[in-house]
Each structure stands twice: as structure tokens, then as C-alpha cells.
Ligand binder design. Structure first.
Ligand SMILES: *Cc1c(COP(=O)(O)O)cnc(C)c1O
Length: 365
């Protein structure tokens, strides 16, 4: 046997293309408008900043290992059983934990065509096989997902609303998807943008998690709560799933300052209401203004929009470069199979107006 000269990762690891986050710089531009990662233009509730600063006085102590104070705050806020909440360093960590607990080599993880990229990464990292179901009108197609379920399927991931498309499926459709899945298949409902959705037929999924043993709902503090820097997420899970995740997570996987900020953020309903009001005003405004320029925009229920550019002439790539020279950082979504589109986050009024002005220049040039 030939001796290896260095450690070699498990099969498959080096085939994974690492996640590329939205850009955060635009060299040369006087002022930067970062609209590439769906962060809130309102920032976090002021009490969250205070709580974070206060936590700096006790940096030598380990945090509560099971995130108990945060789980209790979440449980109170949403009327849930704290024992069935698991917190993590962003919902990205929760998605990895779920995948590592329920999937291994030979197993399949299923998601939709333009679904959130973290699912694919988590599946590959666990040694599983990603299976993709086509969408209709950039929207999850329940029947297409169901037709791809095999005896090897272990997890179905559904971002609802989805990022980067901004589309959603009504709760009736989520329930139909769940009802047709085998009982051993875990349905992961990623509700990162739930707070922004203003539709009567939408639900994040708490009702399903409460009733069934194979549904998990993940949530995040990175979006409407404005705490992306702190990496804080959580899931509501059946007791069996929570137990599995607690066995494999790091013993202190959520840091204390993040926990303190999260608890404080959740107590400020008025800040969240303000963020929703802001989005309700500017999301439709942006959509209307962009469409006036002759560009197609996918109707979104989140805090971001997908703008479609022509394949030739005024391309998405050219728009991306042009907007960057004006300090406007958008998100290329080529890695999501959408090379002709750019995703833009709803910004503050200044950013939104600046975007439309620059886009008008670009289309007219
Ligand atoms: C932003 C986002 C998340 C949140 O990730 P965190 O790790 O909690 O910051 C999860 N799912 C989707 C679809 C997202 O867009």
C-alpha cells in the first residue's frame, strides 16, 4: 500500500464548492449601499445593542449550554414548548445539524430547483446526494418534489418564502406536501423570512411541527431582527428531532452576547412592526419602478426582489458591474441557476431611490 503524504478529507469533501456570500465592497464608490444579503436597513432594536454591550462585562464565563434563556424567550413569544426548541449559530448551523443527524452516504436530500444553496452544501457535507425538483414560475412545485421522493430520501428542504426567488407556496400546499411524504422523511420548513410575509394563506409551519414527528421549522435572527453579525437561529422540532440535534451540536454552540441580544430583540414588537411597515411600503415601490424600466421582476413576499435582465445587451452581469460603480451592491444569483437575474434587498429610502436612479441610467445608456 502506498503511503499518503498528507491527510486526505473524506470522499466528497473536496468536490464541494464553498458558499460564496453576497459581496460587501464596491471599490472606488464614494458611498456603499449593501443590498446583497437581505439584511434589514433598520438595524436591530436598540435594546438588543444594549444587551450585547452589557454582555461584554462577563466575557470570561461560558454561556448557558442549552441556550435556555433564549429558548424560553422564544417559547413565550410564539407559544411553544421550550424543550422542543434548539438554538444555533445561525439557522445555517441548524440546517447542518439536522442534515448530519438524519443523512449519510447513500441517502438523498431533496429541494427545489432555485432553493437556498445551503441545503446542497449541508447534504454534500454529510456525504448525501442532492436531488433537485424543477420549479414552475420560479415557485416550488409540490408535485415535482413528490415525484422525486425515493426510498433513499431522508430530508426534504423547503424555504418558504424561498431565497433568492422571493416566491412562496400557501400553507395548504405545504400540508399536502407533508401528507404525501413517507413518515420517515423529515420535512424541513425554512421560514427565514416568515415575518415579512403578508398573505392570509401563508403559515411558517408551527402547526405542522406541533402535530407531526417529521416536520421541523427553522427561523433566524439574521433578517428582520437585524442580528446577522451575531449568527443566531433556532428551530422548533418534534421531541425526537430536538433530542438528536442536542446530542450532536457543540456544547456551547450559541454565544452569550448573541443570546442576550436575541432575547432583547424579541421583546421589541414595535421595531419589528416598523420593519414590516417599511417593507410593505418599499417592496411594491421598487417592483413598480423597476418594471417601468422594462425589466421583469418576480413577485416577492420577502424583503428582496429578483430582477431579470435580457440575455444579451443589458445583461445582469453588466448591470451588476454598473451598479457597483454607483456603490450599489446586489447579489449575483448565477450559482442558483439564475445567470440573467440579480437579487436586491429592500434598503432604506436613500438606497432604494439611488438604486432606481442608477438602474434608470443603466437602462438608458
Ligand atoms: C438568510 C437565510 C437564512 C438565515 O441564515 P442564518 O444562518 O440564520 O443567518 C436561512 N434560510 C434562508 C432561505 C435564508 O435566506
Amino acid at each position: 500500500m502506498t503511503e499518503l503524504t498528507r491527510p486526505i478529507p473524506r470522499p466528497g469533501v473536496l468536490a464541494i464548492e464553498a458558499y460564496v456570500p453576497g459581496k460587501s465592497t464596491a471599490p472606488g464608490a464614494a458611498k456603499i449601499y449593501k443590498l446583497s444579503s437581505n439584511e434589514t436597513p433598520l438595524g436591530p432594536p436598540p435594546a438588543a445593542i444594549e444587551a450585547f454591550k452589557k454582555a461584554a462585562d462577563e466575557l470570561e464565563y461560558y454561556p448557558d449550554g442549552s441556550s435556555k434563556p433564549l429558548r424560553e424567550a422564544i417559547a413565550n413569544r410564539f407559544g411553544l414548548d421550550p424543550a422542543r426548541i434548539v438554538c444555533g449559530s445561525g439557522s445555517d448551523e441548524i440546517l447542518s445539524l439536522i442534515t448530519n443527524a438524519y443523512m449519510g452516504p447513500g441517502d438523498e436530500g431533496l429541494y427545489s430547483e432555485h432553493g437556498f444553496l445551503v441545503y446542497k452544501l449541508a447534504i454534500l457535507a454529510a456525504g448525501g446526494t442532492p436531488v433537485v425538483a424543477p420549479e414552475k414560475n420560479l415557485t416550488t412545485d409540490v408535485d415535482a418534489l413528490l415525484s422525486r421522493v425515493t426510498p433513499k430520501t431522508k430530508i426534504v428542504y423547503l424555504a418558504n418564502p424561498n431565497n433568492p426567488t422571493g416566491t412562496y407556496i400557501p400553507f395548504e400546499d405545504v400540508k399536502r406536501l407533508h401528507a404525501s411524504l413517507p413518515k420517515n422523511v423529515l420535512l424541513v420548513l425554512d421560514a427565514a423570512y416568515a415575518e415579512y410575509v403578508r398573505r392570509n394563506d401563508y403559515a411558517a409551519g408551527i402547526e405542522l411541527v406541533s402535530e407531526f414527528e417529521n416536520v421541523v421549522m427553522t427561523r433566524t435572527f439574521s433578517k428582520i431582527y437585524g442580528l446577522a453579525l451575531l449568527r443566531l437561529g433556532w428551530c422548533y422540532a418534534p421531541a425526537g428531532v430536538a433530542d438528536a440535534l442536542n446530542r450532536i451540536r457543540g456544547p456551547f454552540n450559541v454565544n452569550g452576547p448573541a443570546m442576550a441580544a436575541g432575547i432583547a430583540a424579541m421583546a421589541d414588537d414595535s421595531h419589528i412592526a416598523k420593519a414590516i411597515t417599511h417593507n410593505d411600503r418599499w417592496l411594491p415601490w421598487l417592483m413598480t419602478e423597476i418594471e417601468k424600466l422594462g425589466l421583469k421582476v418576480t413577485p416577492s413576499v420577502g424583503n428582496f426582489l429578483l430582477i431579470h435582465f435580457p440575455k444579451t445587451g443589458k445583461t445582469a452581469k453588466q448591470a451588476d458591474a454598473f451598479l457597483a460603480t454607483h456603490g450599489l451592491i446586489l447579489r449575483s444569483v448565477a450559482a442558483y441557476g439564475l445567470p440573467d437575474a440579480l437579487r436586491v434587498t429592500v434598503g432604506n429610502e436613500d438606497a432604494n431611490r439611488h438604486l432606481i436612479a442608477a438602474l434608470t441610467d443603466f437602462m438608458g445608456a
